[in-house]
Each structure stands twice: as C-alpha cells, then as structure tokens.
Design a protein around this ligand. Structure first.
Ligand code: MEV
Length: 337
C-alpha cells in the first residue's frame, strides 16, 4: 500500500491569463488530497472516494484501453473526479511501462472539488506519485509535474496550464509562464479563504474566456493586463524577505494588485454574484485585497488579512458556506507513512 498526499493552492495572481502564455503565481496551501494505491493482480481499477465534496462512492472498471471508463456515476462532479483519477492511472501506467497495471485507489481530500483550490491537480499529482511508487518506478518531481499536467490537459480537452499541477507538486509559491515553471521565494502570506459551497466548470469557463478573447479586442487586452499585474506582483515578492512575516506595506501593495486582478477576471465573465459578495465582504472587513481564485464561476475567494476580521466577517456573509485561514504549504507532494 502506498500513500501520497499533495496540497491544494490559491492563485495570488494570473489564473485564466496563464492559459494564453501570461505568467501566473499560485501558492500551495495546507489543505491536502491523500491518495492510497494498492496494485492488483488484474487490470481493473477500483476507485473509492471518501470526501471530494461527494457523498462517497466506489466504482470499479476494466482499465488498459485508454478510453474514459464507462461506469454509472451519480453526478457530474463524481464523473469529473473519476476522469481525473483515470487520467492519473494512464500516466502512471505509461511512466512505469506497465499498460495493464490494475489498482485499488482510495482518495480522501480536504479540498472542495471544482472550487478553485486545485483539488483535481492535487488528486492527480498524489495519484501518479503513489501509483508509480507502488509499481516500483518513482518519478522525479519535474517528471511527476509534467505527467500530472498531461493528465489535466487531457481531461480538460487541451485547456490547461501547468500552474496547478506544478504548484501542487513543488509546494510553496511558484511562477509559471507557458512551459517555464519555477519555485519562487515568498513570505507566509496570511491567506483567508471564503467558499460559497459551489463549483465552477473549468473547461466551460476557460472556453468562455477563449470565445470572448476571439470576439472582443478588450478581452485580449484584459488578458495582457492581468499579465502586467502578475509581473508587478512578482517584483513585490522578489523584494520581500522570504522567511520573515510580510510587512504591512507588502500586504497593502499585493492586496491592491489582487483587487485589480479580480476586477479584470470579472470583466472576462468568470466571477459570480457569490464570489463578488465575498470579495466585497472581505474588503469591507479590512482585508488588504481579495479576489476569486481558480477558474471562477463559483467556489472560493482568497483575501489577505493577518487578523481574524475577514474570516469572521466572511463566516457571517450570506452565500459563504465556509471561511478559513490557509497556511502556505511549503512542502509539495509527499509520501505519507
Ligand atoms: C484553473 O485552476 C486555472 C485556470 O487558469 C486554468 C488553468 O490554468 O489550467 C483557469
């Protein structure tokens, strides 16, 4: 039995624009997906999920064909979850050159699905790591991140950047621009997350931005402007002292950029009433800045606040189902005892 876990993430800046080659800076947070893998004697794959914002399910299918498993699933979220696990299985089989390897897989996740916290990336990263280790072929981190990206790319019909999977693999804050991915130094920023209990469809949201970009010049300019915000944010982080607590001045400046970034994402049509409400509640409570995180459409916002005010205010905000602080996860994927 091999158990690996990988963290979720928030986007400090740059989601959506990263799909078009602009830079993005996601940061891993201490909410993890844990994947347990047991090799089987046949080529079947049995997936059990305890959490994943699902009611808990088990499915078993015959693997090895490369096709999407044909199993009866109760909801689109479960369907999406199985799609990611299956893509991870295919990558692990290819990496270990064992096309018929079968597995019993259990997924336990603290990261709500489709909510902008990188649940699918964390499951894919931990799944590939656990499955390749179980087959005696562990991957180095760069190859693991690459295979996890390919799994997401496949499930999202080619609409994926390397940002979520690289961040979940490496932990900490990272910078991604096209195929160029590097960890960067960042102080432990005081993230506060607000979750509306819902989910967005990443594929649909990314496709919506693509259409807007093709139809309107303003949308292409907006994507480039998001890139400018990311570059400004990177400079601020590069000037900060990584291990020290972030200064108030840094939080104010980063927060202002996060506010701009949220406005531009809203212009691209990927915000939602619940996300805007939480963003404003966080700002009203004194957060230094707030924005949606991830694909949008519903799910989570991230705010910067070293005090308790934002988290308390969010927990009383209509439409906010859960508010919590999130520590930067300095460790990426890891083997669990
Ligand atoms: C989704 O978490 C982030 C997007 O930028 C898509 C991607 O980068 O793959 C919307």
């Amino acid at each position: 039995m091999t158990v690996c876990s990988a963290p979720g993430k928030v986007y400090l800046f740059g989601e959506h624009a990263v799909v078009y080659g602009e830079p993005a800076v996601p940061a891993a947070i201490e909410r993890r997906a844990r994947v347990t893998v047991d090799p089987r004697d046949d080529d079947h794959v049995r997936v059990t999920a305890e959490d994943l914002s699902l009611d808990g399910f088990t499915v078993e299918y015959t693997g090895g064909t490369g096709d999407r498993p044909d199993v009866d699933v109760p909801t689109p979220l479960v369907d999406a979850a199985i799609g990611y696990v299956d893509a991870a299985v295919r990558q692990a089989r290819a990496a270990a050159e064992e096309p018929d390897a079968g597995f019993d897989i259990t997924v336990e996740s603290e990261i709500p699905l489709g909510a902008g916290l990188g649940s699918s990336a964390a499951v894919v990263v931990a799944g590939i790591d656990a499955a390749t280790r179980a087959l005696g072929e562990p991957l180095d981190r760069r190859e693991l991140a690459d295979r996890a990206y390919r799994a997401e790319f496949e499930v999202q019909d080619g609409e994926a950047s390397r940002a979520d999977t690289f961040c979940s693999t490496m932990g900490g804050a990272v910078r991604v621009e096209g195929d160029d991915c590097e960890p960067i130094d960042a102080p432990n920023l005081p993230f506060v997350i607000g979750f509306d209990g819902g989910a967005g469809d990443t594929g649909e949201l990314v496709a919506g931005v693509r259409e807007l970009r093709e139809e309107y010049r303003f949308a292409a300019d907006t994507v480039r402007s998001i890139g400018d915000i990311v570059r400004a944010g990177e400079e601020l982080l590069a000037d900060a002292v990584p291990e020290a607590d972030p200064s108030r001045e840094l939080l104010v400046e980063l927060g202002e950029l996060m506010d701009f970034n949220h406005g531009l994402l809203a212009a691209l049509g990927v915000s939602a009433r619940s996300l805007d409400t939480m963003v404003w509640a966080a700002r009203d409570a004194g957060a230094h800045g707030a924005k949606l995180t991830g694909a949008g459409g519903g799910g989570c916002i991230v705010a910067l606040d070293p005090h308790e005010e934002t988290s308390t205010a969010l927990s009383f905000t209509q439409g906010c189902e859960e508010a919590f602080r999130a520590e930067l996860a300095t460790e990426g994927v890891r083997v669990e005892e």
